[in-house]
Design a protein around this ligand. Structure first.
Ligand SMILES: [Zn+2]
Length: 360
């Protein structure tokens, strides 16, 4: 049911009793990844994320960060790349035009990866069914053998690969960062055990993520890209969820749901040109939770990716967390989609037609 959007604020602030336990990864080492000159991927981002968590009032359990083992990294990254990173410990380097390494960065990203593994492990072991990893730098552009787009290690992919190694056979990754998660897509492109889904601005950095990219071999149909042209608002994202993303997820029946949670599709973000508001992140989380409760025992974790306006990051993450921890009701529904974006959503549906019976 569509409700007037003026209801949003009221509903967002409605508090629920109790709340569900949320595992949290955070670590001081993540602040040490720092450029010598201004870079949008900066330590202040994590301060904003911490403020969001603190303000959300969740019941939390800390998950200690630790360095991921070479074996855990090698599930998605190549040995030569893992060694290349090791050679950069204690050094400063520029790995591509956007991606820097500070002397403490490599240890920090290994600790982020290890924390991500243990977050998933905590969910699989039943310690908590929800999780959030407040990580820097982000991970979803990191390719098997290459740092890219601010990212050094692909945290969400490492976490998903850990679940597979523990016998989970269906993991869904939902990537709502405004950029396409090319690294994650590449790592699982031919693997049906991981359903990679992404909504992103397109055409845009990094250039991948067109609708016909649906996976290959046994993985055909298990990559779902919903590219949207700039200016898409909350109603367009809602339509993408309801018409494509959720039908596929419900048919896939994931046992674990991991979100590449970037907040750079917010209308205030300086790097992109989408028009989401903070409430949109609340109901995206709510939709995924409903699905996760049906198929995945409610197991859902957010992994911080992008989001470069500090206020938008804090407010949007807070909206997600309140829903994740069940301390607030989901915000009200957004308005209907715009025709241009509806047509784009149809393209994804068409690309997947032969692979998902829900679209037949
Ligand atoms: Zn991004």
């Amino acid at each position: 049911m569509t409700q007037p959007s003026v209801m949003t604020q009221e509903n967002t602030s409605a508090q629920k009793e109790g709340g569900v336990l949320v595992g949290v990864v955070d670590d001081d080492s993540f602040d040490l990844h720092k450029s010598t000159s201004y870079h949008p991927e900066r330590p202040e981002r994590l301060q904003a994320a911490r403020a969001a968590l603190q303000g959300a009032g969740l019941r939390t359990e800390a998950v200690a960060a630790r360095e991921a083992t070479p074996e855990e990294l090698a599930r998605v990254h190549g040995g030569a790349y893992i060694e290349e990173l090791a050679s950069l410990v204690g050094r400063r380097a520029q790995l591509d035009a956007d991606t820097y390494v500070a002397p403490d960065s490599v240890v920090a990203v290994r600790r982020a990866a290890g924390g991500s593994v243990d977050l998933v492990q905590g969910m699989l072991a039943g310690r908590f069914k929800r999780g959030v990893a407040l990580l820097r730098p982000p991970g979803h552009h990191a390719r098997p053998n290459q740092a890219m787009g601010f990212c050094l290690l692909n945290n969400v992919a490492i976490a998903a690969a850990h679940a597979l190694s523990r016998g989970v056979s269906r993991v869904a990754i939902v990537d709502w960062d405004v950029h396409h998660g090319n690294g994650t897509q590449e790592m699982f492109f031919s693997d049906p055990r991981v359903l990679y889904t992404s909504l992103h601005q397109w055409p845009f950095y990094p250039g991948t993520g067109n609708a016909p990219e649906i996976g290959e071999g046994e993985g055909r149909g298990y990559t779902v890209n919903i590219p949207l042209s700039q200016g898409a608002h909350a109603g367009d994202y809602a339509a993408a969820f309801d018409r494509v993303l959720l039908p596929v997820l419900e048919a896939y029946r994931p046992e674990l749901v991991l979100v590449s949670a970037g907040f750079d599709a917010h209308r205030n973000d300086p790097l992109a040109a989408m028009r989401l508001d903070a409430a949109a992140y609340g109901w995206m989380t709510a939709r995924l939770l409903r699905m996760a409760e049906q198929t995945a025992g409610g197991r859902l974790a957010l992994f911080l990716e992008g989001g470069y306006d500090l206020g938008a990051l804090e407010e949007s993450l807070a909206a997600s967390l309140k829903v994740l921890g069940e301390v607030a009701l989901p915000p009200a529904e957004p308005p209907p989609p715009e025709p241009i974006h509806e047509a784009e959503i149809k393209r994804t549906k068409k690309a997947l037609e032969g692979n998902w019976r829900v679209f037949a």
